[in-house]
Design a protein around this ligand. Structure first.
Ligand code: RIB
Ligand code: CA
Length: 303
């Protein structure tokens, strides 16, 4: 069993990614840690607890950072809704979060399980940067670190220059990406090519006809409206589920490119990840992904 930590700013696509992880039979999810991003920390934590409950699991949820390292929090409620789950709730969990702080829990889990813990970060990297700052030895004790973030070889979604997770906390992204740890990075560019669901895919999800598939359809409706109005397209980009699919099954990514990344921290290009391809780079940027295998992994998780 793989020992896994999911770090998340739990909104619509995070919730689907969490379902994928909790339904995967080879994961021993040690902790879900929350971070402010799409919504504030309290809401992200509540959404994570609700999603765990929906999967009939009892995975411990730990609260982490309530805002970026240096900046004030800017959410994406315009897209994910005030509650982060498309405002189709209320989604009120019975489960309660753990008392221990997320950063302390991640540090203790890594130190208690050297070279066994795998982290997938699907929100701003504030918590991960604080873990590395609190105990730098954890950098060399992690088995793997998968990240959803950045524009890769494409353009941004929150500004032309930047993807939301890296834009919210560019300072944390800079710390983590330049900590010399080995990273698998699934950026916004591949999400737009391989990680979207369209009308046909929504119809396939309808046919699954389970509580999880219906929940995943319901919470995407606000995002779908946003795409229809802004781009006149019947589609939603599922960035976190694509990253989770790559984390679940490494064969889904058919090409990674080694790179180093320089982060722009301020100004018009705040949050921009400037990618330089080099064999000695510590970051593997996903560049080709099987859309068919992604969709199959997604649908299998929602049964
Ligand atoms: O840019 C996409 C990322 O930002 C996803 O993680 C989504 O949940 C938002 O956090
Ligand atoms: Ca997210």
């Amino acid at each position: 069993m793989r020992k896994v930590i999911i770090d998340t700013d739990t909104a619509t696509d995070d919730a689907i990614a969490i379902i994928m992880a909790l339904k995967h039979n080879n994961f021993d999810v040690k902790a879900i840690t929350t971070v402010a991003g799409n919504v504030d920390l309290e809401q992200a934590t509540q959404n994570a607890l609700y999603t765990v409950e929906l999967c009939n699991k009892n995975i411990p949820v730990y609260k982490g950072s309530s805002g970026p390292i240096k900046r004030k929090l800017e959410t994406s409620k315009f897209f994910h809704g005030k509650d982060g789950l498309g405002d189709t709730g209320p989604y009120i969990p019975k489960l309660k979060e753990q008392k221990e702080n997320a950063i302390n829990k991640i540090v203790s889990l890594i130190n208690a399980n050297p070279n066994e813990i795998e982290i997938i970060a699907i929100g701003p990297l504030t918590n991960i940067a604080k873990v590395f700052d609190k105990d730098p030895s954890t950098i060399n004790k992690l088995k793997s670190l998968y990240i959803m973030g950045g524009i890769g070889e494409g353009k941004g979604n929150i500004t032309h220059h930047a993807e939301f997770n890296f834009w919210v906390d560019p300072d944390a992204a800079d710390v983590v990406l330049n900590s010399n740890i080995k990273i698998h990075l699934i950026a916004w560019d591949t999400t737009q090519i391989y990680g979207y669901i369209n009308k046909e895919n929504f119809e396939e999800l309808e046919k699954i006809n389970s509580s999880l598939s219906q929940f995943s359809i319901d919470i995407q409706q606000k995002a779908l409206q946003y795409y229809k109005i802004k781009y006149n397209e019947y589609k939603v980009d599922l960035a976190d589920p694509l990253a989770m699919a790559a984390f679940i099954d490494s064969k889904i990514v058919t090409e990674y490119k080694n790179c180093e990344i320089k982060m722009i921290l301020n100004g018009l290009k705040r949050g921009k990840d400037i990618v330089s391809f080099t064999k000695k780079g510590n970051i593997k940027l996903a560049s080709k992904i099987s859309r068919e295998k992604f969709l199959n992994t997604l649908k299998k998780s929602l049964v």
